[in-house]
Write a protein that binds this ligand. Sequence first.
Ligand code: AVI
Length: 326
Amino acid sequence: MGSNDLRAPLAAAPRFFDLRTTGSDLAAELSASLAATAPFISPKFFYDPLGSRLFEAICELPEYSLTRAERRIFEAHGDEIAARVGVDRPLVDLGAGNCEKAERLFDLLAPSQYVAVDIAADFLQERLAALALRHPALAIVGVAEDFTCSLQVPAAVEPGPRTVFYPGSSIGNFAPDAALAFLSRMREVCGAGGQLVLGADLVRDKRSLDLAYDDALGVTAAFNLNVLRNVNRLVAADFDVADWRHVAFFDPVTSRIEMHVEARCDVPVRWRGGERRFSATDRIHTENSYKYTLPGLRALLQRAGFTEWEVWTDEPRSFAVAVAAA
Ligand code: AVI
């Protein structure tokens, strides 16, 4: 046996497309949202390199059970899910993050191509390089884009039918109307005969939901407050994180978690293109995370034009995975 035979096959470098809007568009968007009557910061600004890592840590927290609940559903029902989804199709992973969730499906779905889409370009590129070493025979495409605003698929992505994978209950970060519009767009990306694999967190008792977003170690607080550092970088703002506190709670009326940063004292803030004085207890809204009921989830899929679906849940019915035909 020659020495070359012992080497792992060379992995093809993932192809990478950066479709993000320009820095100046993002700066204009941030400036307008900070100056709004009810100020807010879009949750997409959480995911700078530190924010992406803090989100990985959140997924390990005992209080944030949804990642584990979703994993248990795939472990228990993987074969049924794969039978419905079909194999040998492009797998489009929206909000791929560290790509771990999709990677766990590779054996089951045997994708013809893996397409990882995320707004965090550097983090994604780093993770795809490592993934390519573990899966040298898989064609990998990375796309950096804010797909929540406009989901574009580069021509390098194989045509449909495709499997679109949107796990982790990220659909909950959209208001109901926007969730509907986004699901309709995902259906187009699936193409006729394609399937959507969607994870959705379900409504449960307020106490456990409150704790899931306000954990004892303060990891979610760090994730939330870190957005201010990212804003400082993006628009040369002068937020001092020490002046702000993390606020998160479940509102049963709107069926959503709200996250805010709240001023601890009167604090003037300047940024490129604006300034504002916040009084103590003023809040900046940073995220909503809607929680679904099973009938609500089915109604949403139907309104988005999906024709058939099957839904699996975990034992305490805290999380649902739906496979829906486009
Ligand atoms: C990414 N998204 C589904 C998370 C959620 O649960 O809404 C983001 C998050 N925010 C705080 N903790 C986790």
